[in-house]
Design a binder for this molecule. Structure first.
Ligand code: ADP
Ligand code: MG
Ligand code: MG
Length: 889
């Protein structure tokens, strides 16, 4: 077995493709060495050693020690020096690195190899202050990271030494001071651990290596792996590398850089550096780093010189290396470097993380630059993240009154009425009101309210709080941790900085800045041209699935078309009955004793429905529109409270007692599956007839006004038996025939059904004899099959079986083992009966990338999703086609 892979000096045993073996860091150090870039020499102990270590009672392979010794001796050559040799000491860093970068792993230890003797030697070779400064840093870092001695204990010693000397800064300490401090540090370690700080450099090295492997099983690392589905077996590699020193004076420096701006994607060297500093100083925040590029410094109004100005030669060299790396990896790189006395060394490179905006720009730019092709470019943008770019932003010109500020936790701006509980938010949203859910903090029990809300505001919690994470996942704008806000849920009041707002008052939040404003602030719709349009265009030429939208209003239909919707997959009709001016007629219709009375009430509704459809059909200009006939149980349209009953009875011209009796009679104890949907259409056929007429007349009117003929798809909800559909279809055909008789013509249309009951999915072969299309209503299908996605099932089952907690999960992804199976069965059986059966999905899953891939693989014709998810679906549908195209990495 080869346990150790060397790199540096223009060559390496490994390469980038060996990430599984060498970890990301080790593999890329090897790759950079092979490219001839200046990498301090070193070697990587493979992940297989980690696996061995745990499989053999935390011991190493017998031949590892010799391999490490040999590799150590080899890096001594080019680095100059020998490990543990006081005359010419070689110092190394010990770095952890799994296949994917993983928080929770051991932090890097720098300057390893120093002890009393080698420090003395280093002092002679360089200068004493540098040597003892390195030594005391090493003792502190090693003790903290490897031996588990609190960092703060050393800070206390350092502070009291400075105080006794009357110093402010570390830099005022001289070599003797630092030597004394190093001694005090070691005394402290002995006191804490009951054994001395290791003087033997080999003991130091193996201690650090053991700590890296040990950290693979740290609780933090384990949690991270569980959350990110990283297998335990992967293991971590350990890289041991010759030290280079960024703290050797004014011509030395250390820094991090991105080859393009990770927030905008702009092509420039973006990053920070610190002169005369070592790696940990950049992140420690003791000194403020300076920008690398001059333009960035100028934009930020910085006074101190950028690297471009302070070290122009090294900057030019870094620029060239960046170009080499980009050309090689064909992706934006995130890199770490150190300059030792004017000489540049590369210490790390990897594909850089970026915002959605940057991902889009970089993908399109790199295609233009010839670095990648369109298929790769499409794969580079996460469809889920695209959502960030599709939300409205605040109109910069609008007047605003700020009442609080928190963290910009999830992008987009939103305006709405304040709701203080999730239930309240859900209730208001059901009335089609815009809501901002305002909570001290959110918990999993609030998911339904967060989903219903336009935006979420919390008083407590950071960027990774529940509210922030869930809001980003759902694409809801969110401001978290707005600390000045105090909420009194019981009284429905919130206060912040002298402002008092009540439940139902309007506020506006800006998830891009974290600002919260009183009242309604004008919003600006997102820009859909430029790079966005280009990438979407590429996606459209590749995808096979059509993308439609779920829209009930002409406005939503128009928004969705701007986003590229190719039809409406679900137009619900019930909300058209709830409008204030209609509800009276609806209630008269429901309360009618005789068919004639009911028909009279329906006649009042007909022109209103027709008008609704005309608006939608015009907006969709000749595209297909699936209209679902009335679905909810009738009691939902009736009042519940006595005072409302009295009022309604008066308005509807009826008897309150009768109305109450009727409301009770109609009350549906099984609101999901009972007397509703097609069952309603069968027991009250006039309702569907009226709707069919409204649809047909609207289509003809639009056409008569010069509009394009809409492709009508009339969808019957909740069908479980073919016979149900037959009965209703006869009625609809009857209306068409009647129209033809009246006007000499009728529009063409299809009649189909929503497959939302497991029974319907299983009986698809029969139902398809009547139905010309199926649309999978995966929301209800998910409910009725307890369809929880594979990803979520583990967590759900653990919580429920072990802790007795039933989480309210958003059910965002199709459960391939339940719902998915039913979809496949229905598609297959349905097409068996009718080869050209049109298949689509209109549940919320239609906007979820993983579910879209499933729909593509299952041979569906289209997905339908909310207007804002349309671009997400277009891109995800293209990625589904390209699922087997590997990125370059
Ligand atoms: P992380 O995974 O936390 O980024 P690294 O192993 O990359 O940890 O180390 C952090 C920093 O330590 C590097 O960015 C670099 O500045 C410094 N460092 C690591 N190895 C060396 C080395 N051989 N010489 C000089 N500095 C180093
Ligand atoms: Mg780290
Ligand atoms: Mg690093």
């Amino acid at each position: 077995m080869k346990w150790v892979y060397a790199f540096g000096d223009g060559r390496a045993d490994g390469e980038a493709s060996l990430k599984n073996l060498l970890g990301g860091k080790g593999a890329n150090l090897a790759e950079m060495s092979n490219l001839g870039l200046p990498v301090p020499p070193g070697f990587t102990v493979t992940t297989e050693v980690c696996t061995y270590f745990y499989a053999h009672g935390q011991t190493y392979p017998a031949d590892l020690k010799a391999a490490v010794e040999t590799a150590l001796a080899k890096i001594g050559g080019p680095a100059g020096g020998r490990f543990g040799d006081p005359a010419r000491p070689l110092l190394v860093s010990v770095r952890s690195g799994a296949r994917v970068s993983m928080p929770g792993m051991m932090d890097t230890v720098l300057n390893l190899g120093l002890n009393a003797n080698t420090t003395e030697g280093l002092a002679k070779l360089t200068d004493a202050r540098f040597a003892y400064d390195s030594y005391r840093r090493f003792i502190q870092m090693y003790s903290d990271v490897v031996l588990g001695v609190e960092h703060s204990l050393f800070e206390e010693i350092l502070d009291s030494e400075k105080e006794s000397k009357g110093f402010e800064l570390d830099t005022e300490l001289d070599a003797d001071d630092l030597k004394k401090i190093a001694g005090l540090f070691k005394d402290r370690v002995r006191k804490e651990l009951g054994r001395p700080f290791p003087e033997d450099v080999h003991e130091q090295l193996w201690g650090a290596v053991g700590a890296v492997f040990g950290s693979w099983h740290s609780p933090r690392a384990k949690t991270y792996r569980r959350l990110h589905n990283i297998p335990e077996e992967w293991g971590t590699a350990v890289t041991i590398q010759a030290m280079v020193f960024g703290n050797r004076g004014e011509t030395s420096a250390t820094g991090v850089a991105f080859t393009r701006d990770p927030s905008t994607g702009e092509r420039l060297l973006y990053g920070e550096f610190l002169i005369n500093a070592q790696g940990e100083d950049v992140v420690a925040g003791i000194r403020t780093p300076q920008p690398i590029s001059k333009v960035v410094r100028e934009r930020q109004g910085g006074k101190r010189p950028s690297m471009e100005e302070a070290m122009p030669k090294t900057f030019a060299e870094l620029t060239t290396i960046c170009a080499t790396l980009e050309a090689h990896y064909r992706d934006m790189q995130d890199l770490e470097f150190t300059v030792q006395e004017g000489k540049l060394f590369m210490l790390q490179t990897r594909n850089g993380k970026r915002t959605a905006e940057a991902a889009l720009k970089i993908a399109v730019d790199m295609e233009r630059e010839g670095l990648i092709d369109k298929r790769i470019a499409i794969g580079r943008v996460d469809p889920g993240a695209l959502d960030q770019l599709l939300h409205p932003t605040l109109d910069p010109a609008a007047q605003k009154e700020q009442i609080a500020v928190g963290l910009a936790a999830s992008p987009g701006a939103a305006t709405g009425e304040i709701a203080f509980t999730a239930d309240e938010a859900e209730k208001l949203a059901a009335e089609r009101r815009d809501v901002i859910l305002v909570r001290t903090e959110t918990s999993p029990e609030d998911i339904h309210g967060m989903h219903a809300a336009r935006g979420i505001l919390t008083a407590r919690g950071g960027m990774t709080s529940h509210a922030a994470v869930v809001a980003r996942g759902m694409g809801r704008p969110c401001v978290s941790g707005a600390g000045t806000i105090k909420i009194d849920v019981t009284n429905g009041v919130m206060t912040s900085g002298g402002h008092t707002l009540k439940r139902g008052d309007i506020i506006t939040i800006d998830g891009a800045t974290g600002c919260v404003y009183k009242g309604r602030v004008g919003l600006r719709q997102p820009e859909l041209t430029g790079d966005f349009g280009v990438l979407m265009g590429w996606a459209d030429t590749i995808r096979k699935l059509k993308v439609r939208t779920n829209a009930d209003t002409p406005e939503d239909a128009a928004t969705a078309r701007k986003f590229g919707a190719e039809g409406i997959g679900l137009c619900r009709t019930e909300h058209m009955f709830f409008d204030n001016d209609r509800i009276v007629a609806v209630r008269q219709m429901i309360l009618a004793d005789a068919e004639s009375e009911r028909k009279a009430a329906l006649a009042k509704l007909l022109p209103m429905q027709r008008q609704d459809f005309e608006g939608i059909f015009k907006a969709m200009a000749g595209l297909p529109v699936t209209i679902r006939l009335l679905d909810p149980p009738l009691h939902e349209f009736l009042p519940q409270k006595d005072e409302d009953i009295a009022q309604v009875a008066q308005a509807a011209g009826g008897d309150p007692a009768k109305l109450r009796a009727r409301a009770i009679a109609l009350h549906e104890s099984n609101p999901m599956l009972g007397h509703r949907g097609v069952r309603l259409g069968i027991t009250y056929p006039e309702i569907y007839e009226m709707q069919a007429r409204a649809i047909f007349e609207a289509a003809m009117n639009v056409e008569a006004q010069g509009g394009k003929a809409v492709q009508l798809e009339i969808m019957i909800p909740l069908v479980a038996w073919k016979e149900e559909l037959d009965r209703v279809k006869v009625r609809i055909d009857g209306v068409a025939a009647q129209l033809k008789a009246e006007r000499g013509k009728a529009p063409s249309y299809m009649v189909g059904t929503m497959i939302e009951l497991p029974r319907a999915a299983l009986r698809a072969a029969e139902i398809a004899k009547t139905a010309e299309f199926f649309s999978f209503g995966t929301n209800d299908l998910t409910q009725t099959t307890i369809g929880i996605s594979r990803d979520d099932a583990g967590m759900f089952l653990t919580d429920y079986l072990n802790k007795g907690v039933i989480t309210r999960d958003p059910f965002v992804t199709i459960d391939v083992d339940g719902v998915g199976e039913l979809v496949k069965i229905a598609a297959e059986r349905g097409r068996g009966a009718r080869a050209n059966l049109k298949l689509g999905i209109c549940g919320e899953h239609g906007g979820d990338p993983d579910s879209i891939r499933f729909c593509h693989e299952s041979g569906l014709d289209y997905v339908s999703c909310s207007p804002f998810r349309v671009p997400v679906a277009r891109l995800a549908a293209a990625q589904a086609v390209l699922a087997n195209v590997k990125d370059i990495d």
